[in-house]
Design a protein around this ligand. Sequence first.
Ligand code: ATP
Length: 977
Amino acid sequence: MEDHHKECLVKNRVFMCSEISLSTGLFANLTESGVITDDQLQKLQNIERNDTTKKAVLYFLTELLPKRGPEAFDLFLKALCESEQRHVADRLKKWLSDDCSEDAGTFERLQDELRTHYDDKLKFIYTMPWLPTEGFSLKETFVQRRLRLTSGDRKGTEVKMDEILASVGEGRNKRILVEGDPAQGKSTLCQALAFAWSQPDEASENIKSFDLVILLHAGDLRGQDSVGGAIKEHLLPIDCDITSRQLDKLLQEKNVLLIIDAFDEASTENKMLHQLIEGKRLKHKTLLVTSRPNFLENKQRHFESTFTVEGYNYRERLEHVKRYAAHKNIASAPFESMLKEESIRDLCSNPLNLTLLCLLREEDTQLMITRTALYTAIHRIIKQKAAKRLKLIEAEVEESLLRPLYQFAFEAHQKNETVVREKDSKKVQNFQRICEVGYLTNEVIISRLQKEVRFQFTHKTFVEFLTAKHIAEMDREERLNWMQHLRYANYHIRIRGLAIEDDFKVEQNDPVLGFLFGLLEEESAELTQMASLVIKETRFSYEPHHPISSFVSFESPCDASHQLLRLLAELNDVPPELADVICKRRPPLIKIHWNCSASCRRGMLKLCNLRFQPPIRLNVHLIDSRNKEEKMSFVQKLIESKNIECSKIWIKPFDHTELRNNVRGLRIGQADSVQQVSINCGFNIEGIPREEFSFGNHLSELELIRFNPSHSFLLEAALHKPLTSLQVINCDKLDDRCISLIHQLLRNQRNLQRVQLTSLSWQQHFGRFLADFAQMENLQSLEITLNYSTDEELRILEAILKRNTLSKLTIHSCDYSGSLCSVLNEGFNSMSSLRELHLDGVNIIRLPNLRHLDLINFSLWNSKLNDDVIAVLSDTLRSWRNLQQLRIDFYYDVAECSLRKLFEAIAGCHRLQILYFEYLEMGDSVVPSVCEMIESLKKLRKFTSENQRNKSLTEEGFQQLEPIIKRNGLNTFVRSA
Ligand SMILES: Nc1ncnc2c1ncn2[C@@H]1O[C@H](COP(=O)(O)OP(=O)(O)OP(=O)(O)O)[C@@H](O)[C@H]1O
């Protein structure tokens, strides 16, 4: 039953109890239309007989009618009319129509109520946990925020706070997402927007253009039937007579901005929130949702524009401390000098941390350089102040008040909440005193039905800190048990059509684990145990898997494998015992991505101080990099480290000036710097005169992506360098000069071990270089596009294969003549050294000798997989005992029975660690074999099904699959086409 119908029944209860007659006519009507069942009829008659008619009517109105479905109200009115009680029906109809007709003043009254509510409630920011009632004036201390657009054509653009509202066009989708790290100021931003709207004059045009601004916490929507209900319950006084129905009507009619804060804190059991995001409710209204990153992943597509709140830059840090000082009427110099400390720059870029640092500076405490140290210092002050106030010694405060508080925080965190409920508060005797310590504010939530008191923690970050305190005090076994139950592998599942969307990113564990690491820094044995568990569970020691092609190689940036790095950032020093463990279980290679978080980069610098022998290899990917200067100085520090060998760097310069600066700044190719480089050439890079551009004399790898003839100066600069690898990727055009330069490079370089010459164009053919490869004694890896090869070229290729030096071979081709296949097939007989094979556009029916190879990595792209091909493939897979990585693309439909056979064969590849499918048609009937396959692959750590086609997958089929692909330890990525 709709909300306003329920309300109508409540508001007219007294009238109905005295007016309604439970006549046979009424009962007959109600039972005939199914409003009540025969059993219920009997019950009503019993009540009437044993008690009074009034009591029976009341029972009917409260216990039966509201629960009888959406039609029940209208059927009840009809039954009244048909049983000669039309006057009762008329009265109810009149009530409804009076209620609906927006009296002229309702809108103005609502505006007024909201404005006074915001003016009262939002003018202060409450930061000091020990003084939850003492706020900073929003007007005086608020620093304007910068946001970065992360979607659409203007992606990367920086905008001011108010401009995010301007970004929504006239189109239908007006959904805006604002993400930001913990305590980065998302709630404060919402607060500032709503407050600005409530003020008579000063707000900017964009926010002022809305008739109504509704600011709700995501949790306020839980259990509500309508947004109107949530507004009534959370924003209006209880005696305000605007009804939910009127509110819902106004929401439809007016120009509304609905701000929902903290998706991450209340996304579960919150149907209304999801409906709003998906546009199933208030579709045409502007909706602004905030969340910590990694929570909304699958829902992101519903947003027209997405933004992140950027950390403070120097100017904003300065403004923050100046405003802080002015507000407190003290000199700003000590705070300004604090900002010059490089060791705390990261901490200061977060507004909450910066405020806390200012508070500490006022107390004249030492500078804190990690988050844990900062929160510990604040915690100490809270404890001291509480002891003084409550006339206790600090040990008593810790024992009798703080410990239970840690427990409350832990329990709230387990439920992803930031509140203590009244019933839980009653579990301890001295709860009121616990509140007096600080950290908790009294929050009374009044719902129309029952009064519920909840106690709110001042900030989620404090809940996380206190949770970590609780875990730090557990005994080792209990703590490790808690850690063991966390999930350490990501999954991302998005299957369209079935509304199956789910996502987990391991970074969600970081806030509490980070504090826990920091708190246990002195307890070297405990710390080492925890780190060992993280190393094991996140598979830190594994080499990141080899790219299937260089373009997907960096898809997963700062994920599980970097968790240890992010946690190391919380330590002032890495204790020797832990350093030993890390050295022993070091990975052979670490990939640092442009997207890695600040704490990951800080952890990486910590790692650089450990003694690794030999040094750990590091690949750095700077493509699309923001804060270029900061990242450049970070990479320069890595390059200087003796314990890290910065082997390869990926750059994507915006233009030739940036290219020149990068190559110079990073000293690419010099003896003491990075010697392998990948350059994404892009469109803005024009020719640079030869004398103005050079690589160092030790350049060993050159990879050029999107190469075209205007980039020939890059080949020229590499001419006399000791290259072991030359890769020219996505190269659709070569002129005579480039051809001659490549010939020179191939002929002069005795050391070349790896060559790649590939193009996305079916017309490109690099057969003319085969003769050069044939001269290379050390060639181990060859990747080449060959289309329509001449007989002579095929003869040379055969000789190269039969020499058996290749360990990796990749062929891109659309040669359907079969001659290339027969050369390959012949070659395979002698290629006992081959370990990696990637075939693109090749018919493997013509390659029966595949089974004689001993591969660890195999890919099959662009092949027509008919039943015969699947039969050959299945047989072949059975013969490869050492296979660790497999990729198959299903561009064409395959019969389900053949698919099942293929999965059975894959299930037998017991060493498989990485399995990648593309365009797989996953119907219910193949789900059981997919499940069996994954279950039997015990070593599988990464399962990807990209662009999956699900025509015949039902909810039921998916339910069977779900637990299998969410297996602990398995990184899953399943996405619909
Ligand atoms: N623009 C700002 N100007 C001044 N202080 C700010 C600003 N933004 C945030 N702060 C300070 O930082 C604190 C934390 O901010 P806020 O609660 O808005 O972060 P959040 O991103 O919503 O955090 P979380 O995701 O952890 O809930 C505020 O209580 C306030 O003290």
